[in-house]
Each structure stands twice: as structure tokens, then as C-alpha cells.
Design a protein. Sequence first.
Length: 213
Amino acid sequence: MLGITIRFLATGNTFRDMEFTEYRGRSTIGKIVREVCQAIWKSLLGKGIPSITKNLLEQIADEFFKNTNFPNCIGALDADEGLPLTNNIMRPYPGKHLTIQQRVFNYRLSRTRRYVECTFGILANKWRIFHRPLNVQYNFVTDIIKACGVIHNCVISRDGIKPSEELLIHDGFSDLHNSTNYISSTNPVNIRNEFCKYFSSDVGALTWQLSKI
């Protein structure tokens, strides 16, 4: 059953495709894959997903800053238009008539988002199930994503990241300054404005950013 599930995740074949190679019906294969995905998540969770602690989040933020020059951030989401502006989620300034500072902020935010785009590209190249729409129920989609994520993390922990993958993640994030800035405002608009000012300041600006907007 594990072999069927790994082949399903790694090849991206549909249940219909596998019906002829596994000599089982589509519904049976679907049931096997879902149950094994759930078992993978339960058995590997402790190894593949670390417990969230303050120290871990601080380490993630430090590493993320080194790679992207975006301070006080623990990750990126590839869905700007579908997310609200909140204390913990930044999105671009809307509209066309923006100031230079606002355009710089939008560029820096978009540039940072490339990190998650590259990461998802690496995940999808290993697990080709993500190369096509997941035509299953929502809860089943969740099981597939969780299983692939936890296996992927365990493989990286064991084998490390290949040089080609590391280059893909960090592409475009070179020549960064080493500095930090702490924002205390609790209003999301003010937080974005503070980032905006920081990215155009002597401390937070990149020497070539104006040529990119």
C-alpha cells in the first residue's frame, strides 16, 4: 500500500491511470492512498514538523532575513490578492498611482515572495501530484499536502538540500545588507508604512532596487 501511495504522489498519475498498472479499482486505490497519507502524517509528524517555539520562530526570522532582507518575517505566502492586510500578513499597496517608496515596498515584497514560489517548485518537482489539479475532496487534498510535506522535510533532514535546489531557492537574493529593524506598531497600515520607509532608508535600502521598479 505504501508503494502505491508513493507512486501516486511521485508520478502524478490519476486513479484512473493507476487502475491499469496496480490492478485495482479506482475507488480502492483512492482509499489506500488516503489511509496511507494519514498514516504517514501521524508517524512522521514528530520528525518532519518541529514544535513551534519562540526560539524556533526567532531562528526562522533570522534565517529568512539573511536570505531575503525582509526583517521580522517568518515566511511568505503566494496569494497577495486573496489575503487581507493584517498585523501578521503584508500585501502590496493597491492602485497605479503609487509613490516611489510604495513601489519599492511592492517590489521588495514581491521579491521576497519568490522564496515560497521556488520552494513550492522544488516540492512539486519531487511530488508530481502537484503538477495537476487535485480532483479529490477537500479533506483528501489536505491529507495529500500534509503527507508530501512531512516526507519532504524528513528527506531534507536526512540527505540535505541538493546544490541545484539551494541555488533555486536563493536565486535573486544576493548582495543583501545585514541589518535589522523592529516595528512596534500594532496597526497593519502603520506596519506596512514602517516597512515602506525602512526599505527606502539608508539602513534598509538595496543599492539597485530603484532600477527594478
